[in-house]
Design a protein around this ligand. Structure first.
Ligand code: SF4
Length: 315
């Protein structure tokens, strides 16, 4: 399997690039996810010319556009980092990244919840690291997460499912674009898209339905935008439970009333967050295989990423 290209804050790979000469190795990212991913490491502070070790920095000023300032000597580092980032962004466009994993809380790499200080050193609000903000502005549809949020089972499941979906989509686009390949992709991703946004699923369905009337390139472009937008919307237990009920509908002929009852109870317990998603999903996958349900067999929602990642065991 061709590996998925992800940008990553270099220190998460165990490289000694932090201000104190240390690293922030994350074993899940290197040992588990790393089996499926090719990382493009990037340390904004080192790549913009700062040394290791170096004076630590913080964000200061207006939380909407804070400045990057060194802690003791109070040197401004924003202009230097921004100038470097603008060039680097152009290079990153060529990398065709599927996503980016940032180091949390860093004044350069943090994608949210980064402390912003006032001039007296008190932190007044939370903001976004300088590089992370530029990256997200430049690549608004590319999935991003930080390593801390990835520990949240739902956010982790969501992020990984998005990058695997991007991979499948790019595989479709790498071949000759046709209405048939679009319909096939849309069909296989129906339940997954529904779990993010029934509204987007409707819009995408309309677009696929009008594919014959419009230039194919335009249809693929619009579909891609809607796909990326839909995947940005969070999955919740309620949305998932609705999709699980919908999935169960395809098996109503085959399931006995006992089995239906068991499945309904599992979905309800999941909706109330007493049990993880893997429980109703495993039951459904069992019935899909047992009764050879062809439509559900092709639904990526039931296995959106390799089971070895164990992401749904706690989601
Ligand atoms: S958080 Fe970002 S800037 Fe800081 S050491 Fe890690 S990669 Fe470099």
């Amino acid at each position: 399997m061709e590996k998925i290209k992800l940008g990553i804050s270099t220190c998460l790979l165990g490289k000694n690039v932090r201000y104190d000469g240390g690293h922030q190795l994350n074993r899940f990212l290197t040992d588990t996810l790393g089996q499926y991913v090719k990382y493009i490491p990037l340390c904004p502070e080192v790549e913009c010319g700062l040394s290791v070790p170096r004076e630590p920095m913080h964000l200061e000023g207006n939380p909407e556009s804070p400045r990057l300032i060194t802690n003791q000597t109070r040197k401004g580092m924003t202009d230097r980092l921004v100038a470097w980032a603008h060039n680097r962004m152009t290079e990153l466009e060529k990398e065709d990244l599927y996503g980016f994993i940032f180091k949390s809380h860093s004044p350069s790499c943090g994608m949210e919840q980064v402390k912003v200080h006032d001039q007296k050193g008190r932190w007044v609000k939370k903001g976004i690291g300088v590089f992370a903000e530029l990256f997200m502005e430049h690549f608004p549809l590319i999935p991003v997460e930080d390593e801390e949020r990835l520990h949240d089972p739902r956010l982790g499941d969501n992020f990984i499912a998005r990058i695997f979906t991007m991979k499948r989509w790019r595989e479709v686009r790498s071949k000759k674009e046709s209405r048939g390949s679009l319909i096939n992709f849309h069909t296989r991703h129906k339940l997954l898209i529904l779990s993010h946004s029934p509204n987007h699923y409707r819009m995408m369905g309309n677009l696929v339905g009008r594919a014959k009337e419009l230039p194919l390139k335009k249809v693929f472009q619009q579909y891609q935008t809607l796909l990326m937008e839909s995947l940005q919307l969070k999955i919740t237990p309620k949305k998932n439970a609705n999709v699980l009920m919908h999935t169960m509908g395809y098996l109503r002929e085959q399931l006995t009333s006992d089995r239906k009852q068991e499945l309904l109870e599992a979905i309800d317990r999941y909706r109330k967050e007493y049990i993880p998603l893997i429980v109703p999903i495993t039951l459904l996958n069992h019935y899909v295989r047992k009764f050879h349900q062809p439509y559900l067999k092709q639904q990526v929602y039931l296995t959106p990423h390799p089971l070895e990642l164990l992401l749904r065991n706690h989601a």
